[in-house]
Write a protein that binds this ligand. Sequence first.
Ligand code: SAH
Ligand code: SF4
Ligand code: F3S
Length: 480
Amino acid sequence: MYNDNPTLLNLNKNIDESKQGEAITGVVPINDNGKKFYIESYGCQMNFSDSEIVASILAEEGFGATRNMEVADLILINTCSIREKAEDTVRKRLRIFDKLKKQNPGMLVGVLGCMAERLKAKFLDEEKLVDIVVGPDAYRDLPKLIAGAEDGDKGVNVLLSREETYADISPLRLDSNGVSGFISIMRGCDNMCSFCVVPFTRGRERSRNPFTIVAEAQDLFDRGYREVTLLGQNVDSFKWENPETKELTTFAKLLEMVAHVSPLLRIRFSTSHPKDITDEVLFTMAKYKNICKYIHLPVQSGNSRVLELMNRTYDRPWYKSKIDRIYEIMPDCAISSDVITGFCTETEEEHQDTLSMVEYAQYSMSYMFFYSERPGTLAARKYEDDIPLEVKKRRLTEVIRLQNQISHELNAKDIGKTFEVLIEGDSKKSDLDFKGRNSQNKQIVFPKKAGLKPGDYTYVKVKASTSATLMGDIVEMPLN
Ligand code: SAH
Ligand code: SF4
Ligand code: F3S
């Protein structure tokens, strides 16, 4: 996840944008063709997961991966369209690839992902250096399009599919920390929130065969992974019908199936749409210790009229009752959110409702954005983007300040508590310290102890905190 409001970066310590633009490396080609690809990814975790599927498809074709774009035969950029800023970043990267291509004319450049889907063949006219444009459902066609481009034919495939889930493709995860892995459980979105471009770029919602999901989780566990995050734009509407038995698998059932892989495998999921998360899901979370007590439940706005304009299909009282229900069933659950400020026609009073909702829900953290109109969305067609940029930004600053204060207070309350922590690796600041997370998804930093390594569980007693991190020491036994 990331923040693309650079003016506010210093205020917004909760958002880790270090992953944006990260390149995959270490792919071992099958039947080495002597060629190398370089891939950069932007946007949500699902896009990063897709890049791992693309890496797998290219390895089959004999491509190896490189982190050095200057030696690449093929440069791919997996793009995001969610806000204007995300698209601007990609255009800037294309200018850099352009320079490189002038030095190395044989090199091919491909645009993948949501921007490819949104702009389609127009890309080839707008950006002369681009050789191939491939939408999120067409990655199996990459080898053919690359071969065509090598012969000088620019290629486009942006067909969206009702079936494609890449269920049979084993993603290449060579850049991960070897402890936490992501599994796409569904694709697309049918919700049509009026501000959002995703239904247009990712197409119709479809769920993946749950048995392939469990097999992927088992495979990761067997390879030493200790945490999987199940990914989808709206995981709670996961629904799969067995074509033979007609038996339905709901998201709650899927969670249970994955929880049974091993008590040592932690399960997380993202994103939950407030309208679809059921009691059955909450009770399943409560029942299994290895399903993490953390829900990302984006509110977007705290005001019922704005929520209606956003087409979120819930209102303020309904969302509040969902928050109450979560804390009632799991008092130790952490909840996080996404917030948009300055949506069309939002008044100051309505903005205050968002602030009071952030306060009410006691989010552990939030991803916060100002509204960015996206061409083709319902909001762009129906409503005027009438809130001045300075007002949007000022409201955003207010939400960020409040969220940071709440995160700070909540983290301070954790001082003295002992948590089970899954060790992920060295802390950013010191290789004398480990970093890991507790069930509530809070990052904890603590001095290393001989014999422990990434992938192990340990108990850590918290002794200090900031708004983003807990600091503590390993203790032998859970003390609370
Ligand atoms: N499927 C998820 C969200 C995916 S997009 C959900 O429904 O919660 C991630 C976040 O980007 C959204 O939750 C929203 O807060 C933000 N976002 C989406 N479109 C936006 C826009 N046009 N302007 C600003 N923020 C936007
Ligand atoms: Fe976009 Fe709404 Fe779908 Fe989330 S649920 S991806 S915000 S349309
Ligand atoms: Fe961006 Fe597409 Fe994800 S628009 S947020 S990469 S689904």
